[in-house]
Design a protein around this ligand. Structure first.
Ligand SMILES: NC(=O)c1ccc[n+]([C@@H]2O[C@H](COP(=O)([O-])OP(=O)(O)OC[C@H]3O[C@@H](n4cnc5c(N)ncnc54)[C@H](OP(=O)(O)O)[C@@H]3O)[C@@H](O)[C@H]2O)c1
Length: 216
């Protein structure tokens, strides 16, 4: 299993509000979806945005898995295109919330119970369930809370981060990884795999989480 995080952010590391990436950044995201078997997003991202997780050329493969992780068990499908276009997504929640979330989503998603990870649901358990369903690679598409949890659990192999030519400076804007404490002592070390500068003013960074085997 190979697990990657992908995000675009400001020079100060803020990933919200979305929309700061160029068409070239969008194309990279779509190519990463083409190359991976599943996407996983946090419930916060679904509440804030309207993601469909399409690949290149607007493709929504019947085989590709799209999943949401929702700790509270409170999620509305109203107006969210992911529940209307393409195969029904998988929604992970705690075992005790499966019945109520299945009811409130009204059959537009498959709700799957997973274990508590201590500070939230276990991202590793969600990844394991995606693997059980055939995924050999998972693209974590944020937001900051899910990214932090996945990195803290040590399940992430690689990080794709597009530095866009913007500064935010807003402490309320979500950072790339947003959690209760530092990911390392105090930093989580990364190895740079590639860095590409674009005429758009963006830097396309690709890192490996130190100590993880790069097997893409
Ligand atoms: N620029 C980019 O590339 C990019 C990409 C994606 C998202 N974003 C932005 O990121 C923002 C959302 O980020 P966010 O941090 O608020 O939300 P998030 O990471 O998308 O979702 C967090 C939610 O995921 C659920 N969750 C389940 N298990 C968890 C665990 N172990 N740890 C943490 N969360 C867990 C919880 O749902 P419950 O609330 O149900 O408990 C939690 O509140 C949005 O503004 C979005 O636009 C930007």
């Amino acid at each position: 299993m190979n697990v990657s995080i992908v995000a675009a952010g400001t020079l100060c590391g803020r990933i919200s509000p979305v929309g700061m990436g160029s068409a070239e950044d969008r194309a990279l995201l779509e190519q990463l979806r083409d190359r991976t078997d599943a996407s996983l997003i946090g419930a916060g991202t679904l509440r804030a945005e309207n993601p469909e997780m399409r690949g290149s050329g607007g493709c929504l493969s019947e085989k590709r898995l799209r999943a949401v992780i929702c700790g509270s068990g409170v999620l509305s499908a109203a107006g969210k295109r992911i529940f209307v276009v393409g195969p029904p997504p998988l929604v992970f929640t705690g075992h005790g919330r499966v019945a109520s979330l299945t009811d409130s989503l009204g059959g537009v998603a498959e709700v799957c119970g997973i274990d508590d990870g201590g500070h939230g649901l276990s991202v590793a358990a969600a990844i394991a369930e995606l693997a059980r369903r055939g995924a050999r690679s998972v693209l974590i598409e944020g937001g900051g809370g899910l990214n932090h949890a996945a990195l803290a659990e040590g399940v992430v192999d690689e990080v794709y981060f597009t530095v866009t030519p913007f500064l935010s400076g807003d402490r309320r804007a979500v950072p790339l990884a947003d959690g209760p404490g530092p990911l390392g002592d105090p930093f989580l070390p990364l190895n740079l795999l590639s860095c590409r500068q674009s005429a758009s003013g963006e830097l396309f960074l690709h890192y490996q989480v130190a100590g993880r085997v790069h097997d893409v």
